[in-house]
Structures are given as C-alpha cells and as structure tokens.
Design a protein around this ligand. Structure first.
Ligand code: KIV
Ligand code: ZN
Length: 511
C-alpha cells in the first residue's frame, strides 16, 4: 500500500500574493470549486485578518466547498486566529494555518523578538487555534534559512501544543534539493514526537527549484505538499501543483506515495486560473503549456506515430488536454446546455444564472455554428463576471474602422444604472473604445497589460481579452470574451474598472 501524499493548494492565498493576481470573492469560489473537482485535499482560501474582503472570500469558499478541507491563514496572533476561526465556521472541514518566522534574520530584524519569545508565541497560537478546531497547521516561516536545532525545539513544542501538520517553508526559495530533503529527514529523525504530525513543505521558486525541492522533501518523508496552479505565487511563484502531481504519478517506480488528484482536471484548472488572474501560461511550461505535448521535429513525430512512448512520458488526455470537440449548436436546448455544463462540472448556483448563461449561449450560437467546451467555459465566466456587483455596465458599442480613416468608437455605459454616451477617436478600434469608456468613467488608471487569446481555433472563435489596470498601488485584472474582440476588449476593460471601483484594501500576511 502506498502512502497518501496530501495536496494543499494555496493558489487563492499565496498565489493571490502575486502582484496583480488579486481575485474577487466570486472568482475565488469558482477556482475553489474547480480545485474541489480536481480532488485537492486542502484549499487555502486566504488570510481572513488581511481585510474584510479576504474574510468574506474565505467564508464564501468555506460555505461553498463540501469535499475538500478549507484552510485560513493566520499570523501567530489571537486576533488573526479568531478571524480565521470565524471565517471557517461554515466549513464542513476547516483548518487554521498559523505561522511565525524562525530564521535569525526574520526574528531579529522583522519581529524583533528573541528565539524564546518566538517559541512562546508559537505555542500560545497553536493552543489558541485548537480552541477553534482540531485541525491546526503550524509553519516556521523562512525555515529554509533557520537553524535546524531551533526548528527541532519549536516544532517539538508546537506538536505538544496540538499542531497536527508541520509545514516547512522555503520562504525565499534559497534551498537546494539535496539540502532541503536532508532538512526534512533531520527534523523527522531528531524531533522526539515527530510521528504525531504530518510533515508538509512549501517551496518558493526564486532559483527555479520549488518543484525539485518539494519532491526531494517527499522522498525524505514529507506527506503534504503546498503548491499552486501554474506555479502562481509571491515573486517567482510557488511550486506548481501540476508538476508535482504528475512527477509523483509518472515516477511511481521511485515514490512510495501518490496523490488522489483527478489529473484530467489539471488543464481546465490551469486555464481558469490563467484567465481569472491574467497571468498567461508560457507555451513551454511543463504539463499545461500549449507546447507541452507538441512535437515539432520530424524524428520525434515519426517516433510518436510509431509508438507514443518513444517521446512521451505522459498522455495529454490524462492531464485534461482534449482536442476541440464540437459539443453543441444553435438547436441545442436548455436541457442539453444544462447537462453539458454539469458534465463539465460547472454549477451555476441559481436558475437566474442558468437562464442568463443560456441566453448568452443562444446569442453565441447565432454567431458561431459550433460551440466547444472551451466556449461554454468562457461563457460561464462571462456570466459570473456579469453577476458580480457591476457599477459600470456595457450597454452598447459601435466602432468604425476603415482603411485610411481614424477609428472611431461610440459607447453607452450604464453607471450605477444611469446610461451615459461618449465618443472617441483612437489609434485602433480597441484604443478608440477604451478612450470612449474612459471619458465616461474617468478612472485615472494606467493600462499595464492587454492580451487577446483565441478560445478555440478558426476565425469565428471567441477572443478572450485580459486587461490589467493599476491605480494608486492597486492592480486589478479584467476579462471578457466575445466573437468580436473589440466587444470582448470593452467587456474586459469594464470588468477591471468595476474591480477598481470596489476598492478593497488588504494587508499582506508576511508584513
Ligand atoms: O512562504 C511562506 O513562508 C508562507 C508561509 C505563510 C507558509 O507563505
Ligand atoms: Zn509562501
């Protein structure tokens, strides 16, 4: 019998700490549902003490998720732990994750606390968290640069205080695989009560070693890995979930454990996170990059045609790549639509949302004969964005673009329900549309990113547009899709402007 390797996904917490990756409550719930579908064991949904918005998001995820454990992060402070406990009240299974830094540089320069004080505070925090739940995780932040003797001391104390999971973070991505694996082996060997806790690892990718370090830890007895979809996360990111899961699964000859992840949900999860955060996946990214299973060289193509395993160690379909499959058309009815969404694991939550999405489907089917799964997913994302509190709503857009003429846009936007019209010229049709919208909204925001991707192939495909805006230190992303990319662009711009309008302020857990 193989051991179970617990998958702890922190896309919604550490992933969200990537500058520009902030997500709304509804977006977090959508990602959490996809993680649940993928059979992630634990979903770290956020840091409830950071802001009311974070608290509400963790609460919404805790209320929505049934099969995965939902976790909230808390510094080793009673008020943080109480916020996490409150946010997780509705969870079928909840976990509090509390942490304090243990490296000399963090204790001295950041916390200004002595090692004795840090141990005392960690023990107090774990005991306090145990008042809320039996499921408590403790992390000695910057463990990768901490003294192993001190780690043994603090970890032994927190196990006695009631921590069931000990997470060893390489917070700054400093470790090398052999060294990090050895650290886990040493801790397991030297801590007298180590058998009473599960060892977990949480690696950052500053030297590009997050996955390698996590796997080295697993080979040395770690039985929980903390990771994110697409490797999203602070600075260079966290260890990528898809790479860890597939490395362990593909090399079962080496690993004595496996995860319970449904790998066919990996690509849909990757797409969802990329589209919500606006962080595109590089084409050569392992597992989820567009080229991950593409063979360019003739020798490779010939080999794969003769025998797939000559050049492929995994099957594309096992991680969720599917050829664009025509699933529906303009004659498909509401029931077929609902059934296909259910097969894709998409729940719309209410009859209103289903009706709204079905109306969008009919509009799309009029413009595009073949509707693929990817179209349905984009359409549902659009409907979800429309159901969020919309201060600005696109009513209509007309754009004139002609060879030798200056593109011109006329837009009508409902601002809190009241319609306003504006016109503008631009360097291109998208520029003209954005200028017209901005003359109504007067956002003062700076456009940092504009990208268009085709959702499926063909010139009648829907374009999915992502824009990133920044204003006063805040960065937000917006998405929109449509067969007309100028309309998709206007939708994504207004989506981002709505997020800026919502003005959620949040603190950073490690500051
Ligand atoms: O990187 C880190 O140390 C963290 C902790 C809060 C676990 O994210
Ligand atoms: Zn981290």
């Amino acid at each position: 019998m193989k051991d179970k390797l617990i998958v702890f996904d922190t896309t919604l917490r550490d992933g969200e700490q990537s500058p520009g990756a902030s997500m709304t409550r509804e977006e977090k719930v959508r990602i959490a549902r996809q993680l649940e579908r993928m059979r992630v064991d634990i979903i770290e949904a956020g840091f409830p003490a950071a802001s009311n918005g974070d608290f509400e998001s963790v609460k919404a995820v805790a209320d929505a998720i049934k099969d995965s454990t939902v976790c909230g992060l808390a510094r080793a402070l009673e008020r943080d732990i109480d916020r996490a406990g409150e946010a997780l009240k509705g969870a079928r299974s909840g976990r509090i994750h509390t942490f304090i830094a243990t490296s000399p540089i963090h204790m001295e320069k950041k916390l200004r606390m002595s090692p004795d004080q840090v141990v005392e505070q960690a023990v107090k925090a774990v005991k306090w968290a145990r008042k809320w739940t039996d499921n408590v995780e403790f992390s000695p932040e910057d463990a990768g640069r901490s003294d192993p003797d001190f780690l043994c001391r603090i970890l032994e104390a927190v196990i006695d205080a009631g921590a069931g999971t000990l997470n060893i973070p390489d917070t700054v991505g400093y470790n090398l695989p052999q060294q990090f694996g050895q650290l886990i082996a040493t801790l397991r060997e030297r801590i007298p009560n180590s058998d009473k806790a599960v060892f977990s690892v949480h690696c950052h990718n500053d030297l590009g070693l997050a996955v390698a370090n996590s796997l080295a830890a697993v080979l040395n007895g770690a039985r929980q890995v903390e990771c994110t979809i697409n490797g999203l996360g602070e600075r260079a990111g966290n260890a990528s979930l898809e790479e860890i899961v597939m490395a362990v699964r593909t090399r079962q000859d080496v690993f004595t454990c496996d995860t319970q992840i449904d790998a066919t949900q990996i690509v849909p999860a990757s797409r969802l996170v990329a589209s919500i955060t606006g962080f595109a996946v590089q084409p050569n990214k392992a597992i989820v990059g567009a080229n991950a299973f593409a063979h360019e060289s003739g020798i490779h193509q010939d080999g794969v045609l003769k025998h797939r395993e000559t050049y492929e160690i995994m099957r594309a379909e096992d991680v969720g790549w599917s050829a664009n499959k025509m699933v529906m058309g303009k004659h498909s009815g509401r029931n077929a639509f609902k059934t296909r969404l259910a097969e894709l694991g998409i729940e719309l939550g209410s009859e209103d949302a289903l009706n709204g999405a079905f109306a969008r489907f009919k509009e799309l089917a009029d413009k595009k004969h073949e509707i693929f799964d990817e179209d349905l997913q984009a359409l549902v994302s659009d409907e979800a964005a429309a159901l969020e509190q919309e201060h600005y709503k696109l009513v209509s857009l007309k754009v004139c673009s002609e060879t030798g003429e200056t593109p011109h846009a006329t837009v009508v936007v409902a601002v809190n329900g009241a319609e306003q019209q504006a016109e503008a010229d631009g360097g291109g049709p998208v520029d003209a549309a954005f200028k017209a919208i901005d003359s109504i909204v007067k956002s003062g925001a700076e456009l940092q990113l504009y990208s268009v991707n085709n959702i499926t192939s063909g010139t009648d495909a829907q374009g999915e547009v992502t824009v990133r805006l920044s204003k006063g230190g805040r960065i937000v992303n917006g998405q929109g899709s449509d067969t007309d990319i100028v309309i998709a662009s206007a939708k994504s711009y207004l989506h981002a402007l709505n997020k800026l309008h919502s003005k959620l302020e949040r603190a950073h857990p490690q500051v």
